[in-house]
Design a protein around this ligand. Structure first.
Ligand SMILES: [Zn+2]
Ligand SMILES: [Zn+2]
Length: 296
């Protein structure tokens, strides 16, 4: 049990913080996030970057920046938070619950809302957007389309577009279709073996600072990956055709089934199966079929 908190605010004075965003619906300029205490007029604001490459989703990025604001603002565990319902706050709301904060979903109005809109507008004006073209009666579509048309018309302003790829739903961007290497994996869905040198869907995420990987058969993945590095190859051999994959060989000292030469480390190498027998060789030594199908 802790002692009652005693600080400059006095005992038992609980602040109410409003968390709002603006600009998420516009294809240009950064989303603005604000943390505001109306009573004390404390205002904290941050803008997401236009793009990033650290693997975070939009919701995670927003959460990280908001927890930073909360630290700056000195938000206390017994303060109350009122958070806008937007999807951008999904991870943040989850984090608040996990961390034991008291919070509610708020409606979009009040000082926090006006400030978020104002900061978003200011970004555009600083880039040269006519200040008199403002949001009128919450007609966001009209306002955002004015900004987008203005950006679209000037090649010098293209740097202000949001990177939509990094803002896509996290699930899809975290699954990747690729080729399993020399290790067999266990499928997270059916619990069966995923054999070496066969197509696999890898799901990567972070939990408590650890990078975690889960593996699925392509037929078992719950989410269709947006990205693929899988290269398939249909080999013709002994009057039969079989599909396999192309990978750069490691130092495996395997020999090509056709020419008998060793496949060296780094060599593009074909791996396929006839029944359960692994077949290895130089792609050039097998006759490739032109109608090779991607995926498996
Ligand atoms: Zn499976
Ligand atoms: Zn060969």
């Amino acid at each position: 049990m802790g002692f009652p908190r005693i600080n400059l605010r006095g005992v038992g004075f609980v602040k109410e913080w409003h968390v709002e965003d603006a600009g998420g619906g516009c294809r240009a300029f950064s989303e603005v996030l604000v943390l505001v205490c109306e009573e004390s007029r404390e205002i904290f604001a941050t803008a997401l970057p236009l793009t990033w490459d650290d693997g975070f989703s939009l919701e995670e990025k927003a959460c990280n920046q908001l927890t930073g604001l909360m630290e700056k603002a000195g938000v206390q565990k017994n303060d109350r938070l009122v958070v806008c319902s937007g999807n951008i706050f999904n991870t943040f709301q989850h984090w608040l619950t996990e961390s034991g904060y008291t919070w509610d979903i708020g409606k979009m109005d009040g000082l926090a809302h006006d400030l978020a809109e104002y900061f978003f507008h200011t970004q555009a004006v600083q880039a040269g957007f006519p200040p008199e073209l403002q949001l009128v009666e919450r007609n966001y579509r009209e306002y955002y389309s004015l900004i987008e048309k203005w950006i679209g018309a000037d090649p010098g302003l293209q740097v202000f577009w949001k990177d939509r790829k990094v803002r896509r739903k996290p699930a899809e961007t975290r699954y990747i279709l690729k080729c399993n290497g020399g290790h067999s994996r266990s499928c997270q869905q059916c619990r069966q073996k995923i054999r070496p040198y066969s197509p696999v869907v890898v799901y990567r995420y972070r939990e408590n600072g650890h990078r975690i990987r889960r593996y699925f058969h392509p037929a078992c993945t719950p989410v269709t990956p947006l990205k693929s590095t899988l290269e398939t190859f249909v080999a013709n051999w002994n009057a039969s055709r079989f599909e396999g994959v192309i990978l750069n060989a490691r130092d495996e000292k395997r020999t090509c089934l056709i020419c008998g030469q060793v496949v060296g480390p780094g060599d593009r190498t074909f791996y396929g199966y006839i029944d359960d027998q692994l077949i290895v060789g130089h792609p050039a030594c097998f006759k490739e079929e032109k109608d090779a199908v991607r995926g498996a």
